[in-house]
Design a protein around this ligand. Structure first.
Ligand code: GLC
Length: 435
């Protein structure tokens, strides 16, 4: 495929998933508006339709809760066979719920970063003025309603908030849960995608059990922090938040707004991130189980996310890249594995080549990795991963994830963020993002 035809096909995938109000992540599997998908979709749209990129973001912000929470999904009252249904969440029991139907949980806060990248390339000061207050409120909510221990690090309360829903990072915590009762439900996610590429029943039941706990607590933030059986400081989520705080600060400066509140969050996160997550013995970052008060010692590609936020020291970055990313037993293509980068280190017993977040290549993870590598001067390696990512897409199409062995596609077809990131990888100015 030539670059021109890749670009045209990517545009037609985004147009095909466009409902006119928002863009679906995938045509059948994901029929509503997802939070971090939409951020990436807006980034992709900005390459060929800037007004539509802005309306994508407005549509997402229309689901913001009154306390600032930006939900993982905005349903927009579109009928679908998706589960969980909007009714299942019972968000109307919270005084903070918006008028539009949404979930009651959030997702990784990528939006401020995307808004800043777009604004750096194609200045949109009026739009920045319009959306800045909503972004600030969301970040304030993350740094208060989700700060369990005064570190400034945000907690997630559900694996779905991590964006890496079925990651092996969460398996130990899920297995330790003892749900007394799980509400009746009928899964919809295996209707369009083979069960082998989706979460197992045991994990899925616990996903639903957690929602039941939250709706009984009426989504009151303090209650959730006090009682959620799942309470985790996630490296991926916090690295994205820290980078997004920096981007939010840049937007504040461009608007002449005060930055002291954001500076406080940044200071606290920078002070605590490495102490909380870095493991000197292995040279890896590990997530932290706040309930149990201990690290979750599972080696997944999330360990590279701090590079995206400029957090590791030079020595730490070298250990991440040289001992792990380039290690042919863990992440680097070797043997039957031919593509960058598996979502889980292949040394983990939970590694599975085709199951959701257990091993396949995700374009979003490759993009974070490329951005992080460039930030640390590994331009040649970033370029190798860029080429490999585009090759995967050219060969197997815009799939949700890919089998790293033969590059075949898994999960949803015509996946929007794969299309959006294909545009970003082939059309972004050198240096890719705003850094
Ligand atoms: C899955 C992914 C999540 C994504 C959603 C829509 O749930 O795990 O990260 O936002 O699909 O694409």
């Amino acid at each position: 495929m030539t670059t021109a035809s890749l670009v045209n096909t990517a545009i037609s995938v985004l147009r095909g998933n466009d409902t006119g109000v928002f863009t679906k992540p995938g045509p059948h599997q994901y029929p509503h508006q997802w939070n971090w998908d939409s951020a990436l979709i807006a980034l992709g749209l900005s390459h060929f339709d800037l007004p539509r990129a802005q309306s994508e973001i407005r549509a997402l912000l229309s689901g913001q809760w009154q306390d600032g929470m930006l939900p993982s999904v905005v349903y927009h009252s579109i009928p679908s066979d998706y589960f969980p249904t909007p009714q299942f969440w019972q968000i109307e029991n919270s005084p903070h719920a918006p008028r539009v139907p949404t979930t009651g949980i959030t997702q990784p806060p990528l939006l401020a970063t995307v808004v800043n990248i777009i604004h750096t390339r194609l200045p949109i000061p009026d739009f920045i003025r319009e959306v800045y207050p909503a972004l600030l409120r969301w970040h304030r909510w993350l740094h208060t309603a989700r700060d369990a221990d005064g570190t400034g690090l945000a907690c997630i309360i559900h694996p779905w908030e991590s964006g890496t829903d079925d990651s092996p990072r969460w398996l130990g915590l899920l297995a330790a849960m003892r749900p007394e009762a799980v509400p009746e439900f009928l899964r919809g996610d295996t209707r369009y995608v083979p069960a082998i590429e989706r979460p197992n029943r045991e994990e899925y039941e616990r996903f639903i059990y957690l929602i039941d706990v939250f709706r009984k607590l009426k989504y009151a933030p303090a209650e959730l922090l006090a009682h959620s059986p799942f309470l985790v400081q996630d490296i991926l989520f916090n690295a994205i938040l820290l980078r997004a705080d920096e981007d939010l600060r840049t937007l504040a400066v461009s608007l002449g707004q005060p930055t002291n509140e954001i500076d406080g969050w940044l200071k606290s996160m920078r002070l605590n991130f490495n102490t909380r997550f870095w493991d000197e013995s292995t040279g890896l970052y590990y997530d932290y189980d706040v309930r149990a008060g201990k690290p979750i010692r599972v080696n997944t590609a999330s360990t590279f996310l701090p590079l995206f936020a400029g957090l590791p020291s030079k020595t730490q970055s070298e250990r991440l890249v040289e001992e792990h990313l380039l290690n042919p037993n863990e992440y680097a293509p070797a043997g039957e594995v031919r593509h960058w980068v598996t979502t889980t280190a292949r040394t983990e017993p939970t590694w599975e080549a085709r199951r959701y977040w257990r091993g396949p290549v995700w374009i979003i993870m490759n993009w974070f990795l490329m951005e992080g590598l460039q930030r640390y001067g590994y331009d040649d390696l970033a370029e190798i991963i860029r080429q490999d990512t585009l090759d995967l897409i050219e060969t197997a199409g815009f799939r949700e994830y890919y089998d790293a062995r033969d590059g075949s596609g898994c999960g949803s077809v015509d996946f929007s963020w794969s299309a959006a990131l294909a545009l970003e990888l082939s059309m972004a100015p050198a240096g890719h993002s705003s850094r």
